[in-house]
Structure formats: structure tokens, C-alpha cells
Design a binder for this molecule. Structure first.
Ligand code: G3P
Length: 229
């Protein structure tokens, strides 16, 4: 399952883009509002950090059909190839997705809370649908089961639309959507960090270094190999 970073924090994007195998960055108006300032320059900077080959998902803020179309064009003009326009799952959003997809724009239909919304988004030509796992679980629904149903439906219909699961609070949720067959997940910095962290990994590594040092001092294996040549 592909992983994307769900943040607009430049420091986090620089770090995870360098160290983690992310295929892109996703944002939404709430995420961008946390950064403030010149948000256009900020989005340009995100594109500069991740390069042209990675996905950048940016949500429209316009709410009318014409407004969404014009804003989608402006977003892609600003940020170039591999820019995905996020459009919320409303009737106007579906109409805009039908039009923009037919013109070759890559659309991520967002705020998906049900399989029926995902079906409509797929039929409208969306590249991705973004079901919100934690927001479903916050209202006592089964976010993982919804993702699983969407994936089963997509498998049966053989649509090219992929799931980019979103809204995660835990690593377990991320693993469960991977097991459900989702093509991608976008996770915040904290959950991304927790995908890697494990205290027993840390103590194991500390043990390896300590045992090595007891026998070989400060020399590394590389240094010993160089000496023996
Ligand atoms: O973009 C959608 C996703 O970021 C929502 O996540 O954590 O605000 O529910 P959250």
C-alpha cells in the first residue's frame, strides 16, 4: 500500500520525504489553515521539496460548479504534474469531477463516508476516493469495514479508481486498511512516525552496539575490513 503524508508542515515534509518511502503529500483547508501566511508560496515550496514525480493533493475551496472548475485549473497550473485536485463528495462535486476527469485532471474525491459515495465518485471518473476512517469510528461506525466494502466493490467493477484511505489515529487502522486492499493511505506525521517506532527495536540496536564495542572497541566493521586488505 502506498503511503502519503497528510500535512503541510514544511519541516515534517522535508524529513519524511528524505527518510520515508512516501509517494506524496496530501493537504486540506484545515491542514493549510494551520500554516497560515502566503499559502500559495507555501504550496509551491511543498512541490519544490517533494519534486515533480510525487503526488500533491490540494483541495478546492470554491463551492459552486464553475468555481470548482476554475480553481482546479488554477491549482494544477500552479503545482504542475502529479497534482491531484481534492473535491468533496457533494452533488456539485460529483458534477465537477465528471467534467474535470473527462478533461484529464486527476481528482481525489474526498470526505467519503460511505461505499455509495465511493461508487458515485468512481463512476464520475475520480482517480482516488478518500474514505475517512477515524471520523467514521468517532461516530461509532466501522471505518475499516467501509474501506473493505469499497475495495471489494472496486475489485468487482474493475474500476481504475483507487482508495486513498485517510483520517487515521492509530497504526493498527493503517495496517487494517492495507489488509483490506486499499491502494494508498495518507497519514499524519505522528502516525507516520509510529509506523516505524518500536521500543524493542531500540533496545535490540543498543544491545548490538554495546556487544560490538565490548569486543572490538570503537572500530567499525568497515574499518576492520579496510585494515585487513
Ligand atoms: O484530508 C482528510 C484527512 O486529513 C482528515 O483527517 O484526522 O482530520 O480526520 P482527520
Amino acid at each position: 500500500m502506498k503511503l502519503l503524508l497528510d500535512t503541510a508542515n514544511l519541516e515534517d515534509i522535508r524529513y519524511f520525504n528524505e527518510y520515508f518511502p512516501i509517494v506524496g503529500v496530501t493537504t486540506n483547508p484545515t491542514i493549510l489553515s494551520r500554516e497560515g501566511g502566503d499559502i500559495v508560496a507555501h504550496l509551491r515550496e511543498i512541490r519544490k521539496i517533494i519534486g515533480d514525480d510525487k503526488e500533491l493533493h490540494v483541495q478546492v475551496t470554491e463551492r459552486t460548479y464553475e468555481g470548482i472548475i476554475e480553481e482546479a485549473k488554477a491549482i494544477v497550473y500552479l503545482l504542475g504534474n502529479n497534482t491531484y485536485v481534492k473535491i468533496p463528495a457533494t452533488d456539485v462535486g460529483i458534477k465537477a469531477t465528471r467534467y474535470l476527469s473527462s478533461k484529464g485532471y486527476s481528482i481525489t474525491m474526498t470526505a467519503i463516508l460511505s461505499p455509495s459515495q465511493a461508487m458515485l465518485a468512481s463512476n464520475a471518473g475520480a482517480a482516488y476516493v478518500a474514505p475517512y476512517v477515524s471520523r467514521l469510528e468517532n461516530i461509532c461506525d466501522d471505518g475499516i469495514e467501509i474501506v473493505s466494502e469499497i475495495q471489494k466493490m472496486f475489485n468487482v467493477s474493475k474500476t481504475e479508481t483507487q482508495i486513498i484511505a485517510a483520517s487515521f489515529k492509530t497504526v493498527r487502522q493503517v495496517l487494517n486498511v492495507a489488509l483490506a486492499g486499499a491502494g494508498a493511505a495518507t497519514v499524519c506525521s505522528e502516525v507516520m512516525t509510529n509506523l516505524l517506532n518500536h521500543s524493542t527495536t531500540d533496545t535490540s540496536i543498543a544491545g548490538f552496539y554495546a556487544d560490538w564495542k565490548k569486543s572490538f572497541g570503537d572500530s567499525t566493521l568497515r574499518e576492520l575490513i579496510a585494515k585487513s586488505n
